[in-house]
Write a protein that binds this ligand. Structure first.
Ligand code: PLP
Length: 384
C-alpha cells in the first residue's frame, strides 16, 4: 500500500477545477473500531474542491452532457439534491458558465445553503415537510417540470444518469485499487443515488471478485429492503430504488439507525480527530461491525462522502442533539475536569458556554491573570 499521496495529485499547480477533483487521501484508523480486528481505512472525499464525493458525480454528468451536445454555454442546470451534488454543479458551473438551480427541501443545512448562494446558485425550496421524510421523488418531479418549463434548462438526473456510477468506475475505483496495490478485502459505501457503490463496486470486483462490496443506508430507507420510515441522516438512503443501482456488484446491504450514526460520528471525532458528516457515520458504524468479522490482516476501506463542517447546525449542534434525544448517548461536551472549571470560574470566565452576563471587565481579567503591562497597554489602546 502506498503510504503517501501520489505527487501528481495534491499540492500541484492546476489550471481548472476539474483537475482537482479526485485523488482524495485514505487515512488509517488507529483507535476507533480497530481492536484485534481488520485494518480500517477511510477515503476522505471532502478533500474534493467542492467538499464532497458529489464533485465527481457533478463532473461526470456535466462532461457527458457537454459531449452529447445537450449542455452548452449559458444554460441552466436544474437538479434535485440534498445539497452536495448541487454544490458540485454550482462550483463547476461558476467556472464553465452554467447557472444552477438546486431543488431542495427546507431541511438543507445552513453550510450547504451558504455555499450554494456563494457560487451564485438559486435554491428552489419545497413547501414545508416534516423532518426525516424522503422528498427525493417529489424533488425529481419538480426538477423535471422546471427543466421543461424554463427555457435553456436541463436536469441531469443523478438518480438515473449512468454518468454518475461511470465516473466512480473511472476515478474512485482505480484510486482505491492503486492506493492499496489491490490489497483490498471490503469496500463500504453509503448509498443514496447508488452511484458510488455501483461504480466503485464494479471496478474493484472486475479486478478482484472476492472483494466484498457493502452498501449502508439509514434505517427507514428501503434500497436494501425494509420499511419506509423517517430518518434524519441526510444525503444517504431513499424511499425508492434508483435505476442506476447495480445490485450485481453489491454483496451486502446494511442498515444503521440514526442514533448509531450520530454516535459513530462523535466517536470518530473524539478518537481519531476526524469530523465527518452523517453518512460518514453510517460508513464508520458499518466498518465497526465488519472489522471483527474480517479480522487481522484484512483491509476494509470506507468512503466518507463529506465533512462534518457541513452539519455544524445539526449533527454537532447541542440543541439539535437534545431535540432528537441523541445527546444522552454521547460523551459530555468539553472537559469533565472539575479543576479546569474551577480555574475558569476563579477568573470570571465561562467554560464551554457563553453566559448572558458580559463577565468582568477586561481590565479586571488582566489583573486576575497578571497580564503584563504591554498586554494591558495594548488593550487600553483598543479602548478595552
Ligand atoms: C452526504 C452524502 N452521503 C452519501 C451519498 C450517497 O452517495 P451516492 O449518491 O453515490 O450513493 C450522498 C449522495 O447522495 C451524499 O450527499
Amino acid at each position: 500500500m502506498r503510504a503517501t499521496i501520489p505527487s501528481s495529485s495534491r499540492g500541484g499547480v492546476f489550471t481548472s477545477l476539474e483537475q482537482m477533483i479526485g485523488n482524495t487521501p485514505c487515512v488509517k484508523l488507529h483507535r476507533f473500531a480497530t481492536d484485534h480486528a481488520a485494518n480500517v481505512f477511510l477515503k476522505l472525499e471532502h478533500f474534493n474542491p467542492g467538499g464532497s464525493v458529489k464533485d465527481r458525480t457533478a463532473l461526470g454528468m456535466i462532461r457527458r452532457a457537454e459531449e452529447e451536445g445537450a449542455l452548452g454555454p449559458g444554460m441552466r442546470l436544474v437538479e434535485s439534491s440534498s445539497g452536495n451534488t448541487a454544490i458540485g454543479l454550482a462550483m463547476l458551473g461558476a467556472e464553465r458558465g452554467y447557472s444552477v438551480c438546486a431543488i431542495c427541501d427546507r431541511h438543507l443545512p445552513a453550510a450547504k445553503k451558504a455555499r450554494l448562494f456563494a457560487f451564485g446558485a438559486d435554491i428552489l425550496f419545497l413547501p414545508q415537510t416534516p423532518a426525516g421524510i424522503d422528498t427525493v421523488q417529489l424533488r425529481i418531479a419538480v426538477a423535471t417540470w422546471l427543466a421543461d418549463a424554463v427555457p435553456n434548462s436541463i436536469s441531469l438526473g443523478q438518480y438515473s444518469n449512468s454518468a454518475n456510477p461511470q465516473i466512480h468506475y473511472e476515478t474512485t475505483g482505480p484510486e482505491i485499487w492503486e492506493a492499496f496495490d489491490g490489497q483490498i478485502d471490503v469496500l463500504v459505501a453509503a448509498v443514496g443515488t447508488c452511484g458510488t457503490i455501483s461504480g466503485v463496486g464494479r471496478f474493484l470486483k472486475e479486478r478482484k471478485p472476492s472483494v466484498q462490496a457493502v452498501g449502508v443506508e439509514p434505517e427507514g430507507s428501503i434500497i436494501f429492503g425494509g420499511e419506509n420510515r423517517p430518518y434524519v441522516i441526510q444525503g444517504g438512503g431513499l424511499s425508492f430504488i434508483p435505476s442506476i443501482l447495480d445490485r450485481s456488484v453489491v454483496d451486502r446491504g446494511l442498515k444503521v439507525a440514526d442514533a448509531e450514526s450520530v454516535a459513530a460520528v462523535h466517536g470518530l471525532a473524539r478518537a481519531e480527530g476526524l469530523l465527518v458528516g452523517g453518512t460518514g457515520g453510517l460508513v464508520v458504524e458499518a466498518l465497526a461491525r465488519l472489522a471483527p468479522e474480517f479480522g487481522p490482516g484484512r483491509n476494509l476501506i470506507g468512503i466518507i462522502p463529506d465533512a462534518g463542517e457541513r452539519y455544524l447546525d445539526t449533527l454537532y449542534d447541542e440543541q439539535w442533539l437534545n431535540h432528537h434525544h441523541f445527546r444522552e448517548r454521547l460523551p459530555p461536551r468539553g472537559s469533565v475536569d472539575g479543576e479546569l472549571a474551577e480555574g475558569a470560574t476563579a477568573i470570571g470566565c465561562s467554560l464551554n458556554h457563553i453566559p448572558d452576563d458580559p463577565g468582568p471587565s477586561i481590565a479586571e481579567l488582566c489583573q486576575r491573570v497578571g497580564a503584563s503591562p504591554s498586554v494591558v497597554a495594548n488593550l487600553a489602546e483598543n479602548r478595552l
